[in-house]
Design a protein around this ligand. Sequence first.
Ligand code: UDP
Ligand code: MG
Length: 312
Amino acid sequence: MLSVVLPAYNEEKMIQKAAGTIGGILQKEAIDYEIIFVDDGSKDGTWQQIEQTQKEDQHVNGVRFSRNFGKESAMMAGLENAGGDCVVVMDCDLQHPPETIVEMYRLWQQGYEVVEGVKRTRGKENVFHKLSAGLFYKLISKAVKIDMSRASDFKLMDRRAVEALLAMPERNAFFRALSSWIGFRTTSVEFDVQEREIGESKWSTKSLIRYAISNIVSFSSAPMTLVTITGILGFLFAVILGIQTLVNYFSGHAVEGFTTVILIILIMGSLILMGLGVIGYYIAKIYEEVKCRPRYIVSRKVGAGMTWEKRR
Ligand code: UDP
Ligand code: MG
């Protein structure tokens, strides 16, 4: 059986449509499936829609969070509640074309354990978004040693891969990168990001920046390396400057240069503060992990809720 996980935040108009479209395609291909909606603490009628859809369609299951925990948590909850032999994760705004699921499923049947959905084009985005996303993915790609520039959250995973992912204790899961990090027999399919028909994107510039920083910090220590290198360069500079000053002193030239002193104090001061800030981010992450709070809190469930455990 195939489980389809759909995180949903304020998507009331999409629930029925998503269940219908995906169901239609999978039934036509005679693929046994279940759909798991994860309502990420929506403020509109998303949960009512999920309950309604579940009544009409036995394939549908729903999990509701007590508040908005974010898409990463919603995807994890979906994986935890999926009972399928393989699980597809996709956006419920249908920007990930449902026809691609079939393609992924066939590849899984051929023995692939992770099928990554790769964006052929990045869809409509503004220049700032394009540039910052480029930089972000460069850093992340370095950290996981895999090209992530066209990666998406649209993917199929075999039960073994899902279990490996769920076994990871970290709170700050970055699904897109973790699914490559776990390894397994992997392939990819290309897809075109569709236009969003109804509703709007949940991402503001601020939330994207927060998302980027949080994931870079939890996946890579490159910023720390950068600070260290800057420190070393600063030290070398200081040594050279010191030698020059000594030479000047002994050759009898009076040392002047108020400006230089102020500049150096300012530069060093700000570098130190920046370094402290970077360390601060890592400490905050450690603090978050050490607290061991759950990734999310479930307030309601509908549907058979067949987890893998129960099915066995
Ligand atoms: N989403 C979520 N929790 C959030 C934000 C988004 O579950 O806090 C879901 C949303 O309902 C959608 C998917 O994540 O199914 C992608 O969100 P969106 O379409 O806003 O992002 P974009 O496609 O613009 O990158
Ligand atoms: Mg979208």
